[in-house]
Design a protein around this ligand. Structure first.
Ligand code: NDP
Ligand code: 2IT
Length: 444
């Protein structure tokens, strides 16, 4: 059996009932085959693939908190410190009822390669909880965040592990987490990113993942003789990534006709009204039915369905495995020629294979959504030098980073005879730097 297949079987056997983690490992290892085969003897002897697929440390903890009525609740807390070969662990925290250790491991594994692609010195980690912030008061969210940090603080720090936001963790949660870290440790340091602008946050971090996705998409389209201007785009999600992807796509002359949340989706043939969407989602934390109520030309549909709309480009920006084979077929039959992932692993493996087999352009999340974590690393730099940069400075660095990521994915794919396969390109380019650093640092 080949080394890649052996390691994949080992991962499945040792991490039972963690299908998303298996899926992420399978995608990465299968595209790394040519690189591994070149160095098989050496990698096998050093157990490099066994090490890279095993987290350096997994922290599981109890998070007790009291609601507004005095009832005590208990949630599970996680932080997976996956790989620190190229820098301190870096990656978001997800608060969503679906979160399990397997979810956090898949996200942490993806983060290793994503962070490597940014070209910045950050290792891979991820954390979170099965806590559901929906319907909770600000006081309850604060109680939860304070309890979560009361355990997490001993494992994180500006030079060891720097969490940030993800699904269900935005500016409000980062603020409460930061306040508690500072209270316990007495340290005013860059231990979290995505902070508010009054206490060490970076301009453009809020926009960075969505804007970065569109900068990457723009580079990919141009390299393939196309232009985003005038294109019709379907976006899923209505959170941090989706909102700023929609805003930037429309600034560059595209028309975005959809968005979605966990209960339904909007079709707005005139183009999504970003200011209204922000009011509904960022300010009022309400459902998309409220968007439709203020926008008579738009349709609201309950349940799933964004991928049934006719579009040129699809950007899944909500969650994992939200675009399956059936969706991919619908998109293709309706004339869509490009899928650019904003979320982490939103496309199932069979859908990705279908999309690539039809010659459609496809960018994997670990490359096209890397603008968020890259800008987090820029926030860390600003915190370390105790300065803050202008919006234009950060945004222009973000643009340069996204263009570089595209170039590196493109070149790595070409180097291994897989031109246009940006999944392979991203995995190879991301892996090579981490593997090199791991080899140099010996058996640790
Ligand atoms: P948010 O919590 O801000 O928004 C998530 C959006 O997706 C919401 O509209 C939410 O609906 C919807 N959603 C979440 N889970 C589900 C589900 N199970 N089914 C249907 N809809 C769902 O999160 P982000 O925008 O930050 O994250 C979106 C994706 O992007 C995730 O995959 C995340 O890992 C990834 N990502 C985020 C980065 C960041 O910087 N924030 C960086 C890189 C990747 P509702 O409004 O009903 O809750
Ligand atoms: O998936 C991701 O890259 C994020 N949620 C952002 C992580 C970060 O540290 O900014």
């Amino acid at each position: 059996m080949s080394y890649v297949d052996e390691v994949y079987e080992r991962v499945v056997a040792q991490n039972q009932a963690q299908p998303e983690f298996h899926q992420a490992v399978k995608e990465v290892l299968s595209t790394l085959r040519p690189v591994i085969e070149e160095n098989e003897e050496e990698y096998r002897k050093e157990a490099l693939l066994e090490r890279i697929t095993t987290p350096e440390r997994q922290i599981l903890f109890r998070v007790p908190w009291v609601d507004d009525k005095g009832q005590v609740h208990v949630n599970n807390g996680f932080r997976v410190q996956f790989n620190s070969a190229i820098g301190p662990y870096k990656g978001g925290l997800r608060f969503h009822p679906s979160v399990t250790l397997g979810t956090i491991k898949f996200l942490g594994f993806e983060q290793i390669f994503k962070n490597s692609l940014t070209g910045l010195p950050i290792g891979g980690g991820k954390g979170g909880s099965d806590f559901d912030p929906k319907g909770k008061s600000d006081r309850e969210v604060m109680a939860f965040c304070q309890s979560f940090m009361t355990e997490l603080y001993r494992h994180v720090g500006a030079d060891t592990d720097v969490p940030a936001g993800d699904i269900g963790v935005g500016g409000r949660e980062i603020g409460f987490l930061y306040g508690q870290y500072k209270r316990i440790t007495g340290l005013y340091e860059g231990v979290l990113t995505g902070k508010g602008l009054t206490y060490g946050g970076s301009l453009a971090r809020t926009q960075a993942t969505g804007y970065g996705l569109i900068y990457f998409l723009d580079a990919m389209l141009k390299a393939n003789g196309r232009d985003i201007k005038g294109q019709t785009v379907a976006v899923s999600g209505a959170g941090n990534v989706a909102i700023y992807a929609i805003e930037k796509a429309q600034q560059l002359g595209a028309k975005v006709v959809t968005c979605s949340d966990s209960t339904g989706w909007i079709y707005d043939p005139e183009g999504i009204d970003v200011a209204l969407l922000q009011e509904v989602k960022e300010v009022r934390r309400a459902r998309l039915t409220e968007y439709q109520a203020k926008r008579p030309g738009a349709e609201y549909h309950a349940g799933k369905g964004v991928w049934s709309v006719k579009c040129d480009i699809a950007c899944p920006c909500a969650t994992q495995n939200e675009l399956n084979l059936e969706d991919a077929k619908m998109l293709y039959e309706n004339g869509c020629y490009c899928v650019a992932e904003g979320a982490n692993m939103p496309t199932t493996l069979d859908a990705t294979e279908f999309i690539q087999s039809k010659g459609m352009l496809f960018s994997p999340g670990k490359a096209s959504n890397a603008g968020g974590v890259a800008t987090s690393a820029l926030e860390m730099s600003q915190n370390s030098e105790r300065l803050s940069w202008t919006f234009e400075e950060v945004d222009s660095m973000l643009k340069r980073i996204m263009n570089n990521i595209f170039k590196n994915c493109d070149e790595a794919a070409k180097r291994y005879g897989m031109e246009g396969n940006y999944v392979a390109g991203a995995n190879i380019a991301g892996f090579q730097k981490v593997a090199e650093a791991m080899k140099a640092q010996g058996v640790v």
